[in-house]
Design a protein around this ligand. Sequence first.
Ligand SMILES: Cc1cc2nc3c(=O)[nH]c(=O)nc-3n(C[C@H](O)[C@H](O)[C@H](O)COP(=O)(O)OP(=O)(O)OC[C@H]3O[C@@H](n4cnc5c(N)ncnc54)[C@H](O)[C@@H]3O)c2cc1C
Length: 553
Amino acid sequence: MKVIFLAPPSARLFPAPEIPGLPGLSHPLGSPRGNVRPAPLVGSLTPVSPRGLPSVLHPGQSGRLPAPRPPPATAMSNRRKDHLGASSSEPLPVIIIGNGPSGICLSYLLSGYTPYVRPDAIHPHPLLQRKLSEAPGVSIMDQDLDYLSEGLEGRCQSPVALLFDALLRPDTDFGGSVESVLTWRHQKERAVPHLVLGRNPPGGAWHSIEGSMVTLSQGEWMGLPDLQVKDWMCKKRRGLRNSRATAGDIAHYYSDYVIKKDLSHNFVSNAVVTAVEWGTPEPRSPGARDPSPLFQVSGFVTAKDQSQQSFSLSARSVVLATGTSDSPARLGIPGEALPFVHHDLSALEAATRAGTVSPSSDPVLIIGAGLSAADAVLYAHHYNVPVIHAFRRPVDDPGLVFNQLPKMLYPEYHKVHQMMREQSILSPSPYEGYRSLPEHQLLLLKEDRQAVFRDPQGLQKVFGVALVLVLIGSHPDLSFLPGAGADLTVDPNQPLSAKRNPIEVDPFTYQSIHQEGLYAVGPLAGDNFVRFVQGGALAVASSLLRKEARKPP
Ligand SMILES: Cc1cc2nc3c(=O)[nH]c(=O)nc-3n(C[C@H](O)[C@H](O)[C@H](O)COP(=O)(O)OP(=O)(O)OC[C@H]3O[C@@H](n4cnc5c(N)ncnc54)[C@H](O)[C@@H]3O)c2cc1C
């Protein structure tokens, strides 16, 4: 066995990057396909009674139960929780779990904000324009989404996501800036009472992403309906950086969106859902049609003083909007639980602030060859902190994300890729402060901060490190569902994965194929970018509005 001890590389790599926008679309928006058929309309919608909607927390009261109104736990305790469906008060129509862009967009649509095509608007896609002109004055939510989205193509598999994106940003993939063809009317009588529960403040994962990081997407593509990011930035006297935004600004934009659109009363922050169960209540009378399932959603709310209050609510529909960032992927090696080993970038930020890592400390070991690992390399570089960067794939592996990003648009990531290639442990070092270990497998982390690797030749190498960051992706965490949601995926024999095995939903309602009343949106349903998660919200809102309209008085 050969053991090599390596001195920490010294710092200073290259100047901090400037980051421009995301590439354009490789395909045109699509071509005419199939026959044009009339769009079925939904009849007039019955106004929904707010019965059963418990009073909830205000945004400024996140995690605190407000005094004047009955808090969720109080409202919940008014319910009989002995078995599903036997609640003494009405269940909520909808509970949304997760308050990121998906949950916020859905809350907006369920709050009565209704999209119509502007009478003077001409969509640049001729087929879509023709279809839109067939039902003037009918809200998009009341039209046949399957019909409208037919023939659209783009960077996403979901037809409704492509449709909503095309309505909001008609020619953005061709570098154009045609205004949205939609106009929004606030029709309170169409509102569906709902509650959005989330661990963070409204904005979801964006509150956990390091605030100075720049979005991969153009800033404009991070926006939600009827509030353009550039207008919001302008009012806040902030600017985009080469058309991209910082994660901090985007998190702030989402929180602000909830306030500006007057959605705050629907949101409960610092609320963690720990269990969702469902069953079918007894039919009220013999021979009556089987009632829809009822969901019981339980968890706890953490107050500012860190005290916790449990809750249990029942709902007719539940929307999973929990994203994928909460459960970082692990290597599963001995020593991974040691205190100097972390799985998110914020640990590097904290260590830099605390001085635990510095230009003169041992290097930070960064494991992974994705964009989060690249972000960590850039961050460490910015603070002149020495880095050892290890990954299992060869640098020229076509599957590496760097090989899929256009060089002109992402110079900073290509710089990292170049360093990964040129700065390998095997070659002399043109860059100070950085070493890459391609095709190296981390075997073991020791208490004395030694990291033991196996190299491509099977030899072992040992490095002394100050901190370890394992950034190899993350998994959705649906541990609050029966069987952790495994039965709900496209392939129940494979683990749940946003990219490879998402929750299986109907493409035009986003309702689970396997469980009536249960919906999934965002990366959980396979839509991975903010501009596309909004189509899922449109599909769910449209489906729920139809359901509520059908509900007997
Ligand atoms: C580092 C990074 C960079 C990214 N860059 C971009 C980009 O440039 N452009 C882009 O379009 N997308 C980007 N994404 C992806 C983007 O973040 C997601 O597409 C988007 O946030 C998904 O929105 P969501 O609302 O579905 O889920 P999320 O934003 O993940 O929000 C879900 C929320 O639900 C909460 N939650 C989970 N479980 C529970 C529970 N049991 N109880 C209560 N709350 C719960 C989570 O804590 C989270 O706050 C990036 C992601 C990461 C991690």
